[in-house]
Design a protein around this ligand. Structure first.
Ligand code: PLP
Length: 273
């Protein structure tokens, strides 16, 4: 496998990043996960814009978007996969042991792995830990992901594929790697960005394409919602058939099934919507 590092393609076996890279030592980095369909990165422009926003949020220099585009194309050409998960990682780079950044400048790594289509529906749990809707990192897609790793492990222990967080004031926020939507009386709602959730690209497209409304929702909306679904780059639109102990028989329900259909059609017709 070939990855992009230091301005060019390298063999994964010999590619090296400093053990003092701040992405490793202090989680000082940002990233993007994109879906690669037959050699094309889906929604690349939106992902590059978010990468730049996240980098600015951390005070990193803007990533060179032309280089990132070239890197994605080169990695996809060198590693052909029918359905891929393209990962862009951009860190503070090699630096001193501590939180101050070094002088070496950022590290950019682009890699791709094969992935498979997710099932049409899944089980989720809620977790007792909260998302901070007003933190320094809120809304940034940083490599400081350990909280998500812990919550996802809890979900797996309970036979679920995703864990949902409330924020510090008890509102529904998002999953470890997905945004959440609920259907109430036929209307689709999703938490606003002010809830502390990530501005998911799939969330954005689902709002644009289905007319879903951004609404403050208490966590216990999950106990009464007619339908629940998740969105993310790797899930697309995915129905939820169980939340904690509550079964949602017949998932995907009508509104979710429609959102799934619309998403599949539109995303199939336009690779960079
Ligand atoms: N929320 C979090 C915390 C995520 O990590 C992700 C994606 O990885 C999402 C939401 C969904 O975002 P996207 O649709 O851009 O994949």
């Amino acid at each position: 496998m070939k990855i992009w590092l230091d301005g060019g393609l390298q063999d994964i076996e010999s590619a090296r990043v400093s053990v003092f890279d701040h992405g490793l030592t202090v989680g000082d980095g940002v990233f993007e996960t994109l879906k690669a369909v037959h050699g094309h990165a889906f929604a690349l422009t939106r992902h590059l814009d978010r990468l730049t926003r996240s980098a600015r949020g951390l005070g990193l220099p803007d990533p060179d978007q032309d280089e990132v585009r070239r890197a994605c194309a080169a990695v996809l050409e060198a590693n052909p996969v029918p359905l891929g998960r393209l990962r862009i990682t951009y860190t503070g780079g090699h630096g001193p042991l501590g939180s101050d950044r070094g002088e070496h400048g950022p590290t950019l790594v682009v890699a791709v792995g094969e992935t498979t289509r997710r099932p049409d529906s899944t089980a989720v749990i809620t977790v007792p830990w909260t998302r901070n809707e007003r933190g320094a990192l809120t809304g940034l897609k940083t490599t400081s992901y350990a909280e998500n790793v812990v919550a996802l492990a809890r979900a797996r222990e309970r036979g679920a594929s995703e864990a949902l967080f409330a924020n510090t004031v008890g509102q529904l926020c998002e999953g470890t790697g997905s945004n959440v939507f609920v259907v109430l009386d036929g209307e689709i709602h999703t938490p606003p960005l002010a809830s502390g959730c990530l501005a998911g690209i799939t969330r954005e497209l689902a709002i644009e394409w289905t007319g879903a409304t951004e609404t403050d929702l208490p966590l216990d909306v999950l106990e009464r919602a007619d339908e629940v679904f998740l969105t993310s780059t790797l899930r697309d639109v995915q129905a939820v058939h169980r939340v904690d102990g509550r079964e949602l028989p017949g998932a995907p329900g009508p509104a979710t099934a429609k959102a799934m259909r619309i998403f599949e059609e539109r995303s199939g017709n336009d690779l960079d919507p």
